[in-house]
Design a protein around this ligand. Structure first.
Ligand SMILES: C[S@@+](CC[C@H](N)C(=O)[O-])C[C@H]1O[C@@H](n2cnc3c(N)ncnc32)[C@H](O)[C@@H]1O
Length: 429
């Protein structure tokens, strides 16, 4: 039965006013709607309530009635993005953008989804095209800055962040991201100055103060002057101190810490990465060596939830999806680590020279460490990508490594840290 016109009118008004709970109540009592108008309004309200799975189901049903409705397709893309299915949101947003390139809301959502999908080159290309068309704004420039940062282009990223703060000096996130771009080129003091600018911005709400304190702790100081409430990055930095190498280096870019860590692994042995996704970090590693590099991934995303991310987040899109293009000296090994690693190790003798462990969750990290145990030797360098700084850092890679060391007695020093990216490099002693 179609949703009564008076209910539709009320729900439309409530949706426009952001009263999402009211919309849900209006449209679900006494039963769920089964027409496009009712389902569409309900789906959009559920997106507003961050109930992304229910929103996706409603909007998918609504779109069976009106498949070309751009408002519903946009809402569906937002629901998919909220579910960590950026690979599915990107084609919807791309089609909407192609149909109406002047819709800035869609362009911003597309730039954000491309960046979150680790399609960094595509995000940069999109923003370049928008710039040529005279439609550059701070929001998409910020996405280009972050994408350039992940691609290892500190100069390009800094140019974007600086362009934003020169016009809008209250943009805390741009000051914050810019600090990571200058560590390598201008030094830690310049980075600290930028962090102070981020902290002073209205609306920063103490969010970045922990970083300043973390840099203090990682350079031999104390944290007492800067702590403002909860700070996962500061807590993580403090947890590193007992094993901190006196010459521990600080970085702001993934590409830089990976290159440093690989060069610090001077022994012979295998070069490995666990967690490849679209290959960004694997390409950085491959650029730093001529030896064969092995990348392992199911390419199906996380096998379990991680913090706010659902199982399946970081998937490339399932069956039939092409694996990322790689330089000739890279070998990709597709499958779950516990299924693939025993056969790989049986076929490849010798110690591990270097491994980048970027699989985020406890169980996957514990699997990798268990399988590699007999191949980890003094001099082996490991980089963990999500070791510190995120809300659940203590429950995942860090925990798996700490338990592993407790069981095996392996000793190590932290030789490099990149607080902005959460990466930590350590060398076994
Ligand atoms: C954060 S992403 C890797 C990001 C990548 N290093 C980059 O530079 O963008 C984590 C990856 O780990 C993979 N992964 C996690 N646990 C896994 C497991 N047990 N077996 C295989 N792949 C796994 C996921 O498929 C996902 O692609």
């Amino acid at each position: 039965m179609p949703t009564p016109p008076d209910i539709l009118a009320q729900a439309t008004a409530m949706l426009a006013a952001g009263r999402f709970r009211v919309v849900r109540r209006l449209l679900t009592q006494p039963a769920l709607p089964d027409d496009a108008a009712g389902l569409g309004l309900l789906g959009r309200a559920l997106v507003g309530l961050n109930e992304h799975a229910a929103a996706r189901d409603c909007l998918t049903r609504a779109l069976t009635h009106t498949p070309d409705d751009p408002v519903l397709r946009f809402a569906l893309a937002r629901a998919l993005d909220g579910l960590g299915q950026m690979h599915a949101a990107v084609p919807i947003l791309t089609a909407l953008h192609d149909a109406d390139p002047g819709d800035g809301t869609v362009t911003e959502a597309l730039a954000n989804a491309l960046r979150r999908d680790a399609s960094y080159e595509a995000a940069v290309d999109l923003v370049m095209a928008e710039e040529r068309a005279g439609r550059l704004n701070d929001a998409i420039r910020y996405q280009r800055g972050l994408s350039r940062h992940y691609l290892g282009d500190a100069v390009g990223a800094l140019a974007d962040f600086d362009a934003i703060v020169s016009v809008s000096p209250g943009r805390a996130a741009s000051w914050f991201a810019s600090h990571a771009c200058v560590i390598g080129t201008q030094g830690l003091e310049a980075a600290r100055d930028r962090l102070r600018r981020a902290i002073a911005c209205p609306g920063a709400n103490g969010k970045y103060a922990g970083y300043l304190a973390a840099y203090d702790v990682l350079t031999g100081g104390t944290a007492k002057d800067h702590r403002q409430g909860d700070s996962p990055i500061l807590d993580g930095a403090i947890a590193l101190v007992p094993h901190l190498d006196p010459d521990c280096r600080l970085f702001g870019l993934s590409a830089d810490i990976l290159r440093f860590a690989l060069n610090a692994a001077t022994g012979e042995g295998l070069v490995l990465e666990f967690g490849v996704r679209r290959g960004t970090s694997l390409r950085h590693i491959a650029a730093a060596t001529t030896q064969t590099v092995h990348g392992f991934d199911s390419f199906e995303g996380l096998p379990e939830g991680w913090g706010n991310e659902l199982a399946g987040t970081f998937s490339l899109g399932g069956q039939g999806t092409d694996l990322p293009a790689m330089p000739p000296h890279v070998r990709l090994h597709k499958g779950w680590f516990d299924a693939v690693l025993p056969g790989f190790l049986a076929a490849h003798a010798g110690p591990v020279r270097f491994a980048n462990i970027d699989c985020d969750i406890y169980s996957s990290t514990a699997t990798v460490l268990r399988e590699l145990e007999a191949r980890l030797v003094p001099g082996t360098v490991l980089v963990f990508d999500e070791f510190i700084g995120n809300r659940t850092w203590a429950d995942h890679e860090f925990k798996a490594w700490t338990e592993f060391c407790g069981r095996t007695g392996i000793r190590f020093r932290h030789i490099a840290v990149s607080p902005f990216t959460g990466q930590v490099a350590l060398r076994l002693t």
